[in-house]
Design a protein around this ligand. Structure first.
Ligand SMILES: Nc1ncnc2c1ncn2[C@@H]1O[C@H](COP(=O)(O)OP(=O)(O)O)[C@@H](O)[C@H]1O
Ligand SMILES: [Mg+2]
Length: 410
């Protein structure tokens, strides 16, 4: 096919187990204040692989992308999404298989990829442009726009190693988006920027997509994926589980997460972290058994290993994968109980009726991520009464409610 711009044929990628061959932490790692930090050693996988020292992050993945397609790559943590993007950007070599790219490819991947720490912002802009085959004059003509978009003007002649993660991300995205790539590849690093910049970036990606250029986009924000992309590939355990129209693939993904959630947490293989303390069960209950808007609710997290050494945190996501809120036991208050499990209690649960899921994590006191499980549990909230008012159960009105009252003026 002449309009095929990316052709991936049977790509597989093996990493050596226990070897952190990334010399830099990922941006997500750097920004999630330790929540995602952890060693790559996966004793569970070593055992599962029958002692093989290699871990197959991708197995026999084939797909093609046509010019102008806006493709989402979705799937749980550790599925292999970033590995695919790094292979497309030629930052990582596949162990076997082949990738053919037609055209100039601009990529926003994890921190460290593409930027040179010792060089200044300005030098990095030129370097990246040059790598993409742009002439110096072409880059010079774009410089103002890039700097303007990134908002790092004041620090343009400062080495990027002195940048905050936020500044770094801004500049990296600005460069990737403005060097006029034929193909733009964006990993979910965007999700860590501040909300306003995130919105601006997503707008920019949409704008690039509308000019007929090809985009490959990884995001946990399924609502953004749905809006932006006309096709999606679902990756799970290093293989393609689904490939097709975005809405259909998202549906398959959500089904998969829900299936996983009923699987026993203690034996769940897809998780990350050092593993010295692990989540074994999560119990979610309200006064009437199920959770009800406006009533009391408890989330109980049980773990194997010494719980006194870790903190527990969890994030609640709505059915579109949008984070609604999160809670962290490391944030202390008076009168917290000591016991053999973590219990997070809500006097009045303020989510609207609907289906939600949680990601849960245990982080050791010294900041090492011990266990992180995506889609660790799924729960439904029923319609209830809050402050004497019934909480509307119709879908499409958001996730949150709060006590309130109405008055009418004269
Ligand atoms: N440099 C590396 N060394 C060892 N294992 C790695 C490395 N990079 C990724 N992995 C492992 O490969 C799997 C896929 O990772 P990744 O592509 O980052 O997944 P995703 O982006 O979907 O979360 C994970 O289990 C991850 O731990
Ligand atoms: Mg990733």
């Amino acid at each position: 096919m002449t309009d095929t711009v990316i052709q991936a044929t049977n790509i597989s990628k093996a990493y050596r187990l226990g070897v952190a061959n990334d010399s830099f932490p990922t941006l997500r790692d750097a920004l999630a204040s330790g929540a995602r930090r952890g060693l790559r050693w996966r004793p569970d996988l070593a055992r599962r692989n029958g002692g093989d020292e290699r871990f197959w992050a991708l197995r026999d993945v084939s797909f093609e992308v046509r010019a102008g397609e806006v493709l989402a790559v979705i799937g749980p943590n550790g599925a292999g999404k970033s590995t695919i993007l790094k292979i497309l950007a030629r930052i990582v070599e596949p162990t076997s298989g082949r990738v053919t790219i037609r055209g100039r490819l601009g990529a926003l991947l994890e921190v460290g990829t593409g930027f040179h720490a010792e060089l200044t912002g300005r030098e990095n802009i030129y370097l990246n442009g040059a790598i993409l085959g742009m002439r110096r004059a072409e880059i010079a003509a774009k410089l103002h726009e890039i700097v303007d978009f990134s908002g790092v003007e004041q620090f343009l002649d400062t080495p990027v190693k002195r940048y905050s993660s936020g500044m770094y991300l801004r500049l990296a995205f600005a460069v990737a988006a403005h060097v006029e790539p034929d193909i733009l590849v964006v990993d979910e690093v965007l999700a860590v920027g501040d909300a306003a910049f995130q919105k601006k970036c997503i707008g920019k990606v949409g704008q690039i997509a509308r000019t007929g250029r090809t985009v490959v986009f990884v995001s946990h924000q399924l609502s953004v994926v749905q809006k932006l992309c006309n096709r999606a590939i679902l990756i799970g355990d290093g293989t393609i589980k689904a490939d097709g129209p975005t809405a259909k693939v998202i549906e398959t993904y959500l089904g998969m997460i829900t299936d996983q959630a009923v699987e026993d947490l203690a034996i769940r293989a897809v998780r990350s972290g050092r593993g010295q303390v692990r989540l074994t069960a999560i119990e979610i209950e309200g006064d009437a058994g199920a959770l009800t808007s406006g009533q009391r609710a408890w989330f109980r997290f049980r773990a194997a290993g010494d719980q006194s050494l870790v903190d527990c945190s969890f994030t609640i996501y709505d059915e579109f994968g949008v984070a609604v809120t999160s809670f962290d036991s490391a944030v202390h208050s008076d009168g917290e109980l000591v016991g053999d499990s973590f219990v997070c209690e809500f006097q009045s649960f303020l989510l609207r009726p609907g289906r939600y899921r949680i990601n849960a994590a245990l982080t050791s006191r010294e900041g090492v991520l011990e266990d992180h499980v995506e889609g660790a549990a799924t729960f439904d909230v029923q319609s209830g009464v809050l402050g004497g008012r019934l909480v509307n159960a119709e879908p499409g009105y958001g996730s949150m409610t709060m006590p309130h009252h109405w008055t009418r003026g004269a």
